[in-house]
Design a protein around this ligand. Structure first.
Ligand code: PMP
Length: 351
C-alpha cells in the first residue's frame, strides 16, 4: 500500500434498492409512493423562475410552512436533502461521545454506515423473536439512540408510551426517532418534543408525500438541538436545499386534502393485501408503514424474490442474518398488488 493510501477514509457504502427503468414493471422495492405528488406541486414547478439566485440557506419558506403545520416554533425545525441528509447531519452533530450509540440489529441499514463513516462507536441490541424492539435493552449508558418508528424493514410501530419510557431512561444523550413511515397509521412522538429537550423527530417527504425524487426531509426538536444542527450544516454546505425543493415542499404541505386522501388509499390497499398475503401462507407482524415484511411458511424468500424479478416484479430482499428469509414488499396501487398476488398464487402452486 502506498503511503498516501493509508490516509484514505475507506467505507463500505450503503446499498440502495435497485432502480430499474422498464416499461410495465411493478416496482415494490424502495417504498416509494405509487401516486404522484399533489397537483399543486406540479403547477408550482412550471412557475419556478428564481433558479438564477442562490436559495435561502435557512430554507425559511419551508421551515415556516412546516412550523405552522406541526404547531411548533420556526426555531424547532431543520430541513435537509431528504431525511438521509438530516440523519447524517444529526449523527455528526449529536453523536460525539466515547460511549456507543445504540440502534437495533435489524433496522435501517444506513445507521451503521454513518456510524462507521463518522467513527462513532455503536452497539446493536437484538430485536426479539417477533422482530420487536426490547426497550429495556436501551436502559444503559450510551452516546445516543436512534431507531425508526415504525421500524424498517419490519414495519412494526411502537406506541408513544414505549418511546417515552426509553427517553425517560436516557436523559443524558440525544434520542433520534426516525418517523419516515409514521404517516401510514403509526403513532408519532412529536407530542413529546416540548417535554424532552433531548428528543429529535425526523420526517421525510419521500414516502407519504410522493416526493422521493425531490429529496426533502426535516426534523423537529427543541431550539438548542436545531441551532447545533444548523451550525454544523452551515459549516459543511450552506446551500443544501435547492430553489425547486423549497418551493415544491411548501406546496405539498399546503395540500392537506390530497395528502390525507392518498395516505388513506395506501392504508386501505395494505389492509386488504395483508389478508390475501396471509391466505397464501405468509406471516408478518402488523404493518403501520407503506410496506410489509413477510416470510413464507415453506418457500424461500430468495427464490420468490428471484422468480418475481424475472417477471419484472421488484421487491426487496436482504441477504442478512436473521432476515434472509423475508421479503419487503412496498404497497403499490390496487392493480399492482393484484398482479403480485396473481404471480404469487401461480408460483406457490407450482412449488
Ligand atoms: N429512514 C428510513 C427508516 C428509511 O427507510 C429511509 C428510506 N430509505 C430514510 C430514512 C431516508 O429517506 P429519504 O432520504 O428519502 O428521506
Amino acid at each position: 500500500m502506498k503511503a498516501w493510501e493509508q490516509n484514505i477514509r475507506r467505507v463500505t457504502p450503503y446499498v440502495a434498492g435497485e432502480q430499474p427503468n422498464k416499461q410495465n414493471m411493478i416496482k415494490l422495492n424502495t417504498n416509494e409512493n405509487p401516486y404522484p405528488p399533489s397537483p399543486l406541486v406540479k403547477a408550482a414547478l412550471y412557475k419556478i423562475d428564481n433558479l438564477r439566485l442562490y436559495p435561502d440557506s435557512n430554507v425559511t419558506p419551508l421551515v415556516k410552512e412546516l412550523s405552522k403545520y406541526h404547531g411548533v416554533e420556526e426555531n424547532q425545525v431543520f430541513v435537509g436533502v431528504g431525511s438521509d441528509d438530516v440523519l447524517a447531519m444529526a449523527f455528526m452533530t449529536f453523536f460525539n461521545s466515547d460511549k456507543p450509540i445504540l440502534f437495533p440489529d435489524i433496522t435501517y441499514s444506513f445507521y451503521d454506515v454513518w456510524a462507521k463513516l463518522f467513527k462513532i462507536p455503536y452497539e446493536q441490541p437484538a430485536l426479539n423473536d417477533e422482530l420487536k424492539i426490547v426497550k429495556e435493552d436501551y436502559y444503559r449508558e450510551n452516546g445516543g439512540i436512534v431507531f425508526p418508528n415504525p421500524n424498517a424493514p419490519t414495519a412494526i410501530c411502537e406506541p408513544v408510551e414505549f418511546i417515552e419510557d426509553i427517553i425517560k431512561h436516557n436523559q443524558k444523550s440525544v434520542i433520534i426517532i426516525d418517523e419516515a413511515y409514521v404517516d401510514f397509521g403509526g403513532e408519532s412522538c412529536l407530542s413529546l418534543i416540548d417535554t424532552y429537550e433531548n428528543l429529535l423527530v425526523v420526517r421525510t417527504f419521500s414516502k407519504s408525500r410522493s416526493l422521493a425524487g425531490m429529496r426533502i426531509g426535516y426534523c423537529i426538536g427543541n431550539a438548542d438541538l436545531i441551532k447545533a444542527l444548523t451550525d454544523v450544516k452551515q459549516s459543511f454546505n450552506s446551500y443544501t436545499m435547492n430553489q425547486a425543493a423549497i418551493t415544491l415542499g411548501v406546496e405539498s404541505v399546503r395540500d392537506e386534502a390530497y395528502f390525507r386522501e392518498h395516505i388513506d388509499k395506501i392504508i386501505n390497499t395494505r389492509e386488504w393485501f395483508s389478508d390475501k398475503l396471509r391466505e397464501l401462507g405468509f406471516s408478518f407482524g402488523k404493518s403501520k408503514a407503506n410496506f410489509i415484511f413477510a416470510t413464507h411458511e415453506s418457500v424461500s424468500a430468495r427464490d420468490i424474490f428471484m422468480a418475481a424479478r424475472e417477471q419484472d416484479i421488484y421487491m426487496r430482499y436482504f441477504d442478512k442474518p436473521r432476515i434472509d428469509n423475508y421479503l419487503r414488499i412496498t404497497i403499490g396501487t390496487d392493480e399492482e398488488m393484484n398482479v403480485l398476488l396473481d404471480f404469487l398464487k401461480k408460483y406457490l402452486d407450482k412449488k
